[in-house]
Design a protein around this ligand. Structure first.
Ligand code: 13P
Length: 251
């Protein structure tokens, strides 16, 4: 049975002290959510070791927001997958639309990043999603299918057990406009069908697919009730303990 997960992507927010407080607040309330739901937080790089210390004896897992596409060496400003593992991460997010849009993240780089993440024992939260004009032109299925096939189809079924997919329509991120549960379910089901066609039903049924984009306590219940939506990747609402926990209580 695939896992239900709520992950908080803090993006470039919080001081280290604020991040530590946020993590402490989440840990303090983790027993208020159902045992079948796992929590992940993804703070900025500079916060990872401090937040790891807070999460140490808790069930909340630590994720980075990105990793380098090279193992080590002269790559100024980059952070290697091995360093993230060393800092206490279990996961890294890869392919977030903000990375794709502003930092030239493409499938070729993502293939290398994914391989390095696995080599270093990290699991991956792999993000896909279409832009508004792509949806308006009716190309959202094609865009998402390409994002998936270009990066995930080179993996083995065993590696796929370490991948969570996050469907985040770019037009819903930070805009307050959420995909309707019908729109989200439709594309989640499509993603699962795409996985089934390539990897078989086992991988498709066991892959957790999260929804991301203006998800908050008030809309999480309806989204999470959909059969192919297994949780959320939360931006803005993950910066407030009560909102993040409230979303995790929405299953
Ligand atoms: P918001 O929840 O702020 O829309 O962000 C979603 C997101 O990009 C999570 O990765």
């Amino acid at each position: 049975m695939r896992k239900k997960i709520v992950a908080g992507n803090w993006k470039m927010n919080t001081s280290i002290a604020e991040g530590v407080e946020l993590a402490k607040g989440i840990v303090a309330k983790v027993n208020e959510i159902s045992k079948g739901v796992s929590l992940i937080v993804a703070p900025p790089f500079t916060h990872l070791t401090s937040v790891a210390e807070v999460l140490k004896d808790s069930p909340v897992a630590l994720s980075a927001q990105n990793c380098a596409d090279q193992p080590k060496g002269a790559f100024t400003g980059e952070v290697a997958a091995s360093m993230l593992k060393d800092a206490g991460c279990t996961y890294t997010i890869l392919g977030h639309s903000e990375r794709r849009q502003y930092y030239g993240e493409n499938s070729e780089k993502l293939v290398r990043k994914m391989a390095l993440a696995f080599e270093n024992g990290l699991k991956v939260i792999f993000c896909v999603g279409e832009k508004l004009e792509e949806r308006n032109e009716g190309r959202h299925f094609d865009v998402v299918a390409s994002q998936i096939s270009e990066v995930l189809f080179g993996l083995t079924p065993k590696q796929m057990a370490h991948v969570i997919i996050a469907y985040e329509p770019v037009w819903a991120i930070g805009t307050g406009v959420t995909a309707t549960s019908e729109q989200a379910q439709e594309i989640h089901a499509f993603i699962r069908k795409t996985l089934a066609a390539h990897f078989g039903d086992d991988v498709a049924d066991n892959t957790t697919i999260l929804y991301g984009g203006s998800c908050k306590p008030s809309n999480a219940k309806e989204l999470f009730a959909c059969p192919d939506i297994d949780g959320g990747l939360i931006g803005g609402a993950s910066l407030k303990v009560d909102d993040f926990i409230g979303i995790a209580q929405s299953f």
